[in-house]
Design a binder for this molecule. Sequence first.
Ligand code: C5P
Length: 218
Amino acid sequence: MSGASLAGRRLVVSAGPTFEDIDPVRFIGNRSSGKMGFAIAEAAARRGARVVLVAGPVALATPAGVERIDVRSARQMREAVIGALPADAYIGAAAVADYAPAQVAPGKIKKKDEQLTLELVRTPDILAEVAAHPQRPTLVVGFAAETHDVEFYARGKLEKKRVDLIAANRVGVAGSGFESDDNALTVYWRDGARALGPAPKTQLADELLDLILARWPA
Ligand code: C5P
């Protein structure tokens, strides 16, 4: 489980959900616990990497030796991630909200009519932006949480977002997923794939780092 060294490498990892505020007391969020991204940050720091962990709202302790930047919204996560470049690798493990309210109401929205329509707008795609950035890290790794046609969507993301690896959560595996301590991943790259787990997220983090190191250009 120790794995090859990452000494001298700088990694930026994003983890957790983002919360998109509707008004001062409500938000749109998702069920990401942040455990996978935190496990990756911890494993990378243990191997000697300098790690910046950009964390959405999660209830997790900062791993030893990791520089943590707490954010709330997708927009804030984008600022923190782009601000943390240059890096040798970016691992986008965060479950970034795809849409955010077009406006944040300054006061609490009161109930009135039977229906309420919220206007939502797309959030920035942080992963795609990092992959297209002038300071693009050598390796850009994304995650995919799909319920069906996992390989089809994962390979689509590789192409569309121009990333090097996509780690897709394998659905239908007992105990795997958002809030669990265990997970099962299939990692895809342009001309290959590897199934990892089911295993504790801490172990998967190390196996994923091994895969990343194996793909690192000499
Ligand atoms: O396209 P989809 O959201 O399924 O892709 C998931 C991957 O893209 C994850 O690595 C996630 O962190 C990243 N992502 C992002 N910014 C978004 C949406 C997703 O960086 N707005």
